[in-house]
Design a binder for this molecule. Structure first.
Ligand code: FNR
Length: 368
């Protein structure tokens, strides 16, 4: 028998239910990682190498988890990251994530390859609710420009350009299901050059421009006033280049382990990046986010201690939505909030700005 919603006590529980109730093709698309899925596994495992160094006798009666990301206020230091094809998991699609995010006052990143149209997702938000746009850059720059400027006009507060996917990774689980019904599941403005033989991911991504380079960044800066964030940065040198290019943020991410297998986890890179930025006096010039494998509030707290502004969470919300619809998304966010309060209390931090590197021991990460 299937657990009822109230029997889900953590984010992993949603995954177990989703695996049993989802259509095979949908499960394959959401759960797969690239090649041997080594990076996908390491994304979560890396957090286990970081230990807390809690403070005691700090007044933690009131916990405030609110913070600011890219100039926008939010109640929680995590955001719903962009994941394509929401209707594979639930016929209502991404608008359920929008409604969950509204209830908990968290930020949602809207994917280029959403199942709902961009406008449907923006319309599902309430006034003042913060949304960002994730962009796959189309070879046809006029199409890209139209998408970006439309998003800005509709009030999006950040442009996340995905830079880790000049070619889609091999997700063999996904490929084996020989994805059939892409057309009915994507409303993308991206393009319609669909190859169905290679799984969902590859089928919908053939419009992405593999020639995208640093030289294109000034063009993006010329067409929008939204903050620009590079999503999928994987080494210190590129974070420094990003600062020099004048972008407002980076997401240290390996795309949930779906692109280059044996790429390092975001938190591993973070532990290397923040000292390098501080050394160069660049730490206030850019906001550093991470995503990948975040399943517990303790993971979030560790990332923030190491200097992240915020973290993105992908699959857990998809699984919660697929298994239980909006109530699932709501509960997943509430569980994270409860865990967050508890972790902050037990580590001896009453607000986000109290989190700092002395509260963790990250010496077991290979960067140290
Ligand atoms: C993604 N991700 C992603 N990223 C992106 O920039 N554009 C996209 O269209 C998608 N699509 C997508 C679909 C699915 C099913 C998954 C699981 C992921 C990557 C996503 O934004 C993020 O980097 C990871 O999902 C974070 O890892 P976790 O939280 O899923 O472990």
């Amino acid at each position: 028998t299937m657990p009822i919603l109230e029997q889900c006590y953590n984010l992993m529980d949603f995954e177990h239910v989703a695996r049993r109730v989802m259509k095979k093709t949908a499960w394959a698309y959401y759960s797969s990682g690239a090649d041997d899925e080594i990076t996908m596994r390491e994304n979560h495992a890396a957090f286990h190498k970081i230990w807390f160094r809690p403070r005691i006798l700090v007044d933690v009666e009131n916990i405030d988890t609110s913070t600011t990301m890219l100039g926008s206020k939010t109640d929680m230091p995590f955001y719903v990251t962009a994941t394509a094809l929401g209707k594979l998991g639930n016929p209502e699609g991404e608008v359920l994530l929008t409604r969950g995010a509204k209830k908990h006052n968290v930020i949602q990143m809207i994917p280029t390859l959403a199942s709902c149209s961009f406008d449907e997702i923006v319309d599902a938000a309430e006034d003042g609710q913060v949304q960002w746009l994730q962009l796959y850059v189309n070879k046809d720059r006029e199409v890209t420009k139209r998408i970006v400027q439309h998003a800005e006009k509709r009030g999006c507060k950040g442009l996340f350009i995905t830079v880790d996917a000049p070619q889609l990774g091999r997700r063999e689980k996904d490929m084996r299901t020989k994805f059939q019904d892409v057309g009915s599941n994507v409303q993308s403005t991206g393009g319609n050059d669909v190859d169905r033989s290679q799984g969902a991911a590859r089928a919908i991504s053939s419009f992405i421009d593999p020639s995208l380079s640093w030289k294109d960044i000034p063009w993006f800066q010329s067409i929008t006033k939204m903050p620009i964030i590079l999503k999928g940065v994987q080494r210190v040198e590129d974070v420094i280049k990003a600062v020099e290019a004048g972008v407002q943020g980076v997401v240290l991410s390996n795309h949930g382990g779906r692109q280059l297998d044996t790429a390092p986890s975001g938190v591993e890179i973070l532990a290397e990046v923040m000292p390098a930025l501080r050394e160069r006096g660049m730490q206030d010039k850019i906001e550093v986010f991470i995503d990948g494998g975040i399943r517990r509030a303790s993971d979030i707290v560790k990332a923030l201690c190491l200097g992240a502004t915020g973290v993105g969470i992908g699959r857990p919300f998809l699984y919660a939505m697929s298994a239980y619809g909006l109530p699932g998304v709501d509960r997943a966010m509430q569980l994270l909030k409860d865990e967050m309060d508890m972790n902050m209390r037990l580590i001896g931090a009453s607000k986000i700005s109290d989190l700092n590197p002395t509260l963790v021991d990250a010496r077991s990460l290979s960067a140290h």
